[in-house]
Design a protein. Structure first.
Length: 242
C-alpha cells in the first residue's frame, strides 16, 4: 500500500492542529480502519480544503500512503454527509464525540472495520435527525451496547430469569450468574439494554441500564470513568452516573 494513492470513504473522528495552517485528521474508513492524514495548508484563505471536512462529516477522500509512519498526506476530500444539525445541538454533539472516541480506540484495522464504519455513520445520522424522539439516555445505551457487540464483548442475558425480581449478573464473566463482581439485574433493565429505544422502555429502566453499562465498560474496556461521567453530566444524566 505504501506509495499508493488510496481512494476511500471516511468519517471524521478527530481534528488536531499540526502547525499554524495545517491539520491532522483521524478518519474511520470501512476498508483501512482508522487512518490519520496530514492536511497541509488546511486553514489558509485560499485552501481547497476549506469547508470540505469537519467533525462527524463523512467524506470521499484520496490520500497518499506514506512508506513509513502512520501519517498520510491528504490530496482530495469531498463531503458526502455533513450532519449540520449537530452544530446547534451541543448535547447530541457531546454524545457524537464520545462515540468517535470509543470507535477510534476500539475499531480494528483493515476490512474488519467495515461494520464499525457502517454503525458509526448510522448512529451519527440518527443523532443529526431532529425528528427522532429517542431520549439521549437511550442513544447512549444503544451506542455502548453496539460497541460491545462489535468488539465481541456484549453481555449475555440468555440465562436471565424473567419471572424473578432480579437475577445475579457476573460483570467479570459477562453473563448471568455469580462472579467476583456480581450485580442485581432486573428483567426491565435487561430489556432496556437490549432495546433502549423501544416505546415500552421506562426512564427508570434506562437509568439502571446506564449504570449497569458504566460498570461493565469499566471492567471490560477499562474506559476512563471521568470521561463518561463528564458526558453524563453534559447530557443531563448526572444522576445515573455509577
Amino acid at each position: 500500500m505504501a506509495g499508493e494513492i488510496i481512494k476511500t470513504t471516511g468519517t471524521v473522528l478527530a481534528i488536531h492542529p499540526w502547525s499554524r495552517t495545517s491539520h491532522v485528521v483521524a478518519w474511520l474508513t470501512p476498508d483501512h480502519g482508522v487512518v490519520s492524514t496530514l492536511v497541509k495548508g488546511a486553514v489558509r484563505a485560499k485552501s481547497a480544503f476549506l469547508g470540505q471536512y469537519d467533525l462527524f462529516y463523512t467524506c470521499d477522500l484520496l490520500y497518499y500512503a506514506r512508506a513509513s509512519g502512520d501519517l498520510h498526506a491528504l490530496r482530495e476530500v469531498t463531503p458526502r454527509a455533513m450532519r449540520e444539525t449537530l452544530r446547534g445541538r451541543w448535547r447530541e454533539t457531546s454524545l457524537a464525540g464520545y462515540a468517535a472516541s470509543l470507535v477510534r480506540d476500539l475499531a480494528p484495522p483493515g476490512e474488519e472495520s467495515a461494520a464499525w464504519a457502517s454503525f458509526l455513520e448510522g448512529f451519527l445520522d440518527s443523532l443529526a435527525d431532529t425528528s427522532s424522539p429517542s431520549p439521549l439516555a437511550a442513544r447512549l445505551v444503544e451506542l455502548e451496547m453496539n460497541v460491545l457487540r462489535l468488539a465481541g464483548l456484549a453481555p449475555d442475558f440468555s440465562a436471565l430469569d424473567h419471572s424473578a425480581e432480579w437475577t445475579p449478573f457476573a460483570i467479570d464473566l459477562g453473563r448471568c450468574g455469580q462472579g467476583s463482581r456480581t450485580v442485581r439485574l432486573a428483567p426491565a433493565t435487561a430489556a432496556a439494554l437490549s432495546s433502549p429505544c423501544a416505546p415500552s422502555t421506562t426512564p427508570s429502566a434506562l437509568a439502571n441500564a446506564v449504570r449497569f453499562l458504566g460498570l461493565f465498560l469499566a471492567y471490560h474496556l477499562e474506559t476512563p470513568p471521568d470521561v463518561r461521567r463528564a458526558l453524563l453530566k453534559t447530557i443531563s444524566l448526572s444522576t445515573v452516573s455509577p
